[in-house]
Write a protein that binds this ligand. Sequence first.
Ligand SMILES: [Zn+2]
Length: 427
Amino acid sequence: MRFKLKILIYWLQILLLPKFRSRKAIDDFQKKRMNVFAKKILTKSKFYRAFMLNGQFDWQAVPQITKTEFMEAFDSINTCQISIDVAMKLALEAEVSRDFKNKINGITVGLSTGTSGKRALFLVSENERAWWVALVMARVMKPKFFKKQKVAFFLRANSNLYASVASNLFEFRYFDIFKPISGLLEELSDYSPDILAAQPSILMDIADAKRKKFVSICPIQLISFAEVLHQQDKECIESVFGVPITEVYQCTEGFLGVSCEYGTMHLNEDFIRFDKEWIDEDKFYPIITDFSRQSQPMVNYKLNDILQLRKTECACGSKLLAIEKIIGRDDDVLLLDNKKVFPDLIARRIAIATNAFQKYTIAQVGKNKLEVCLETEETEWEQARQAFEYALNNLLREQGILGTTLEFKSKLNTIQGNKLRKIKRDI
Ligand SMILES: [Zn+2]
């Protein structure tokens, strides 16, 4: 009950957060909250305590860090006196046993492996779990007070963080995406969820199954997270289900943004400050300071995601930073002939060129070499291959990139359950 009460309190707090009328109002709000955060939380962190001088926190002096430094300084950054060895042991044991209930001093330990293979650990206290649930309720899954909504949640690994959404308002079923998709689809049909939440590649599989009438679900809300949602996939999924997708920008590092009713992604600037390292006039790496975190502060932390800023105001009226699209991770950007080729551009060209495929991945596997894995109906493969070859060669020529060879394969080289990166640099 105590936990549910916390959720309710946080939920009200989030609903009562100010609706900002200007950029200055957001900056002022952040400054105030960050100073409170420094005094209350950062003073508990050995790493950050040093930047507190005479009651003032020296934000300018705080080093910028990435996942690597963050993990190296794990023991001194976290405020719960948990060592990386103890946390890692617990997290790895949970991955094997698939029992995610273990905690250290009331703190849940999560492990993110990512496709880079680099491990990251995250610590979440009970308060933070309650905050997360409240946030999801306020911004993603809006509760209906007279009807319990059934949520089908496709996840890579379970943890108490997600399971805690279950309540009087939501019934929650977790689908382990490591299990074969055929069994999952059967279970999904039986469950008949009101809300379907999954990464885009799984949503695509389910949309495909619905089109072929293998599943008959009619959710009223779709939620996508964890992978880049390409525009073409978005349109395809939305047309099959007839409902819009709520896109959630959530990663190990936090709940960073969510799309509004107009489909625009807004960053959660009311509890995370986003500084920008510009790549060109509208693309940047976000550097985040999350002033809602308690157990494991994220301060001046550079993500390797590339975001593209939206240049026009969103019709919803929100002043929170609007993102045109999440382009992907830094290593999703191909680097050919010393020129950057952004994955969304490639995905767009492919979508324009052909529809005659089920799935594809494009990986840069050498300095001048792309590997294209293409799954189609058997009779359509050669036609699709030619369309891909034509589209890619044209695009490369336009970019002034010479001498790139394409190698085609007829089977995707992916592991079920892993995040699908459609386009990536793999060298
Ligand atoms: Zn909006």
